[in-house]
Each structure stands twice: as C-alpha cells, then as structure tokens.
Design a protein around this ligand. Structure first.
Ligand code: IVH
Length: 300
C-alpha cells in the first residue's frame, strides 16, 4: 500500500543487511548556523572546560557515516550508523572500498577499536558515474528499439534500471548498500563502478578504553600511521576570533567549498584535548565537545 515501509526510500536496501551492534553508540552533532552562534558555543564550552581550550577544525564531509571495527589490527566488521546503537553490516562492500584497509599497518594495535569515518564519492567521480548511467540508458534504449519495443517504454525501462543519481551523498549511501551478488550484466558493471568511486575519510574513534595519546589531533596521526585515510584539511587553533581563529576557518571554507574534492555541508569544531571529552560528556544525541557549523544549502 501507499505507506508500506518497503516503498519508502532506502528501506528495500536496508533490510537486506544483518544488524550489528556498535560497541559504543554513534552519536550525532548539534548544529549552529551563524558565526555569532558558533562564537557563543565556543565561549560556553570554554567556560564549562574551566581551562584554555585548543580547537580542532575540520570540514564536515557530506557523506555517510561508517564504523569500522578492528580487532588486533584486523577489520572484522563495517557498519552503517543505523539508529546509532545498531547499524547494518556492510562489510562485504566495505572491503572493496579503496582506502578501507582490511589490515592496519604497524603493530601494537588495540584488542578492539571502532574507527569512525565518512564514506563519500568525490564530486568529479560523481559526474563520471552519472555519465556512465546515461550511457547505460542509451544502450538499453538502443537494444529495446532494435527488438521492436516502442520508444516510451524503452526509455522508462532504461530510467528504472539506470536512474540518474540526485547527489553524491545518495549515490554513496546506495553504493555501499548494494547487493552486487544479485546483479548481472550491465547492472553489475554499473554497480561495480559505483563501488569503485567510494572513498573514506576517518574522523574519530568509538570504543577505545585507553588511547595512548592525549588529543584528537594525535589520534589522527595514529590513525594515519595505521594506514587509515585522515583529512588533509584539519587544523588546530587557540583562538575563536582574530587571525587564524575558528571563525576565520569557517569563513575561509565558506568561500572555498568547491575547492575540496568532496562535498561539504559545514565545518566541525571539536575540543582537541581528549580528557575534556570525558569531562564535558554528551547528551543522548550529541557530544558537548563538538559542534557542526552548517553552511546555508546551495541553490542548484
Ligand atoms: S565527528 C560523536 N567529524 O556528520 C560524533 N562527524 O551530522 C562525532 N560528519 O555523525 C562526529 N564530517 O557522520 C565528525 N569531520 C567530521 C565529520 C562528521 C561528517 C558526519 C558524521 C556525524 C554527522 C553529524
């Protein structure tokens, strides 16, 4: 029927993957929408911290959250966020994503660590994917015409089999949640191209009781040393206003959104010191040590 759950977007894909419980909940982020609100949040957070705060500034990647569970350096599962407690097991697809190592570099890895990150499709690769979809539609139409099918029916069938993707985020989400083993022929080719276009950037850790470093930026150094892809765009700042402060970073990337290879929907400001993460804690929804500054959506 009209409101049958299987007809809602994504539901047909999501039910086909086994549930996995995250060792630690995958939280979301609270949002602010103006420099004033962001400054207020920094002032308030600094007040709660009770000591000078070093800020960690990052781009907010417009992709899909993933949690990678490594046991003694070996990838044992990859899961989508789901409801934050239980996600979908997408390990079969994740192991084929460039930049998701199945084995970490170096040694001395923790017994268990959940690495959190974002899977996305670079903007240029997204355009290529949509061009491929269009070529596939042409092939379907030519084929069906040759077999005497009328144009309108052929075009409808082509559009159903090879739809144009609306945006990189949706294409990435669907790409990671495909059932490639159920595909053949042109669909398999297109599905493989979609999976090949996925990339990962890591932006945090879940369960890790006793990390050997004191700050989030050092966590990134460690993750990079293990062969995990960290963002080249992050930096730290001791100030909010003024030269090279938090607000400058926000303004800079507001002007340079399209100079980055992936889509961004904002900036994430984090407290760098890990001890403060524990002290500031979290609400049921989001940590108090981080905030998302959202850029206004762009007119298409
Ligand atoms: S940190 C505890 N950093 O945005 C929450 N998240 O709207 C830690 N996201 O759930 C999240 N880029 O999936 C963080 N540089 C970044 C991010 C980022 C994108 C996603 C993430 C998060 C969502 C919240």
């Amino acid at each position: 029927g009209q409101d049958s759950p299987t007809l809602s977007v994504g539901a047909a894909e999501s039910t086909m993957f086994a549930p996995v419980e995250h060792a630690e909940r995958m939280l979301s982020l609270d949002n602010v929408f103006s420099p004033d609100e962001l400054r207020d949040w920094c002032v308030k957070t600094q007040g709660s911290a009770g000591r000078p705060v070093r800020w960690l500034l990052e781009l907010k990647i417009d992709g899909l959250a993933i949690s990678l569970r490594y046991e003694r350096g070996v990838l044992v599962s990859a899961a989508t966020r789901g409801d934050g407690r239980v996600g979908e097991d997408v390990t079969v697809n994740a192991v084929r994503v460039a930049g998701i190592p199945t084995r970490l570099l170096g040694d001395g890895h923790p017994d268990v660590v959940e690495v959190r990150g974002e899977v996305y499709i670079p903007v240029a690769a997204f355009d290529d994917l949509n061009r491929l979809q269009a070529r596939m539609r042409e092939r379907v139409v030519d084929d069906m015409r040759a077999r005497g099918v009328d144009d309108e029916r052929a075009e409808r069938s082509a559009a159903r089999r090879f739809p144009a993707f609306a945006n990189p985020r949706n294409a990435a989400s669907g790409g990671l949640r495909q059932q490639l083993d159920k595909k053949g022929g042109l669909e398999l080719q297109a599905g493989q191209a979609r999976l090949d276009s996925l990339r990962l950037l890591v932006h945090g850790i879940g369960a890790w009781p006793d990390p050997p470093v004191d700050s989030q930026s050092e966590v990134y150094e460690l993750l990079a040393a293990w062969g995990l892809p960290t963002s080249p765009y992050f930096r730290t700042s001791e100030t909010v206003d003024g030269a090279d402060g938090v607000l400058d970073y926000v303004a800079h990337y507001g002007e340079h959104r399209h100079d980055v290879e992936h889509e961004i929907d904002g900036v994430v400001v984090k407290v760098d010191e890990l001890a403060l993460h524990d002290e500031l804690g979290a609400t049921s929804r989001a940590p108090r040590w981080a905030i998302a500054y959202k850029y206004p959506p762009e007119q298409v």
